[in-house]
Structures are given as structure tokens and as C-alpha cells.
Design a protein around this ligand. Sequence first.
Ligand SMILES: C[S@@+](CC[C@H](N)C(=O)[O-])C[C@H]1O[C@@H](n2cnc3c(N)ncnc32)[C@H](O)[C@@H]1O
Length: 209
Amino acid sequence: MTSATFGQRLFARWYPGFMARVERAGQAQLRRTQLARARGRTLEIGAGNGLSVPHYPDDLPELVLLEPNPAMRDRLTESVGTPTAPVTIVDGDAHALEFPDASFDTVTASLVFCSVRDPALALSEVHRVLKPGGQFLFHEHVRGTGLRGCCQDLLTPLQRRLADGCHANRDFESLLATADFDVETIDHTRMPTSASTIVPLVVGTARRR
Ligand SMILES: C[S@@+](CC[C@H](N)C(=O)[O-])C[C@H]1O[C@@H](n2cnc3c(N)ncnc32)[C@H](O)[C@@H]1O
């Protein structure tokens, strides 16, 4: 098993406390509303310290939580408690998911496509592991417009260093539009935080063609 890098350990130290305030300010409600749609065998990629976990329906037959950062995975294990069926916690990489084709009914990602090295490859993996007609529930912070977008471009190199590779300026909606999904819902909303580089959010559901 590989150990966490300095950047991964640093991120796992400050992210849970930072996000706890954002969750209380409204992000938890957003997760609850969206994740209530999860159905069937479900995979969450980049589960972090488990902020989405309490918001899944109780009757999922299986919930697989994938998290590559070992330090964050420790936090995830703490927050889930000893995972028992139907919940499992696994190491893995969204660029090369170790699951067969068409093996999940639902895949979820929250605030993950900002951090992956190759978002198009990660999205193609989400597509591959979903069953035809399966749903992808996403919740991503994205590049804004105008002055905010320019500031996000300028601050992305710093943010990547401080937040384990997180880009402030990814255009997730355009990426999704080029992929083999039907976008069923997409809300343009705001993360309730004063950290202005991560305020613009897209939240929605896409179905695998
Ligand atoms: C900003 S955190 C979001 C954590 C959690 N999803 C949440 O909503 O709080 C980004 C997460 O994506 C994970 N991540 C980064 N690269 C990844 C990859 N290639 N595959 C899967 N997860 C990845 C990070 O380890 C981190 O836990």
C-alpha cells in the first residue's frame, strides 16, 4: 500500500474542518437533495472524508466509496465507522476504475473533477462502469464568468498546491456536453463559502446513453 504524499496529508488535515462550516451553511442540504436520487448498486468516486455518505438512501443494495488519498481514506473510515455491508471503502483511481463494464446503476462525484489529472478520461471511466441508462449524479465547483473566472485562472496554480491538485477553473459542464450522456438536470448554484474561487457550482444528473 502506498503512503500519502505531503500534499495529500496536508489536504486531509484541513479539508474536513473547512468543509464542516460549508456543510452547515447549506452544502449538506444540497447533497441530501441530490443523493436521494441514488438507486441500485452505487459507486462514489473521490469520497474524501465522507461528507456525502449520510445523505444516501438507506436502502441501497451496495455503496462503494472510492478514495485514493490514504490519509483521507483514514478519515473516511473514521466517519463511516467499521464498514459493514452494504458499504465498502476502496482505494482506486477514477482514471482507471477497477470495476467491470456496466457494473453500477449510479455513480456519484462531488467536488472531484476539479482534482483529477485528466477529467475527460475520468468521465469516460464513469461512463464505462455505468449500466446503459444508469445515472451519474454530479456536484462540482467550476470556472465562473467575467472577473471571477479571470481570478480563478490566476489563483489556480496556488490552489492546486494547497488543495491537493484542485483546479479552480475547470469547465465541467462543457466536458459533460461532449460525453456520451444525456444531461437530465443541471442547476447552476453557489457553494455557501467565502472562498470565492470555489463558489460557482453545477449540480445535476446525467444518464448514460
Ligand atoms: C475536494 S475533495 C472532495 C471530497 C468529497 N467528494 C466531498 O465532496 O467532500 C476531492 C477528492 O477527490 C479525490 N481524488 C483526486 N484525484 C482522484 C482520482 N484520480 N480518482 C479518484 N479520486 C480522486 C481526492 O483524493 C479528494 O478526496
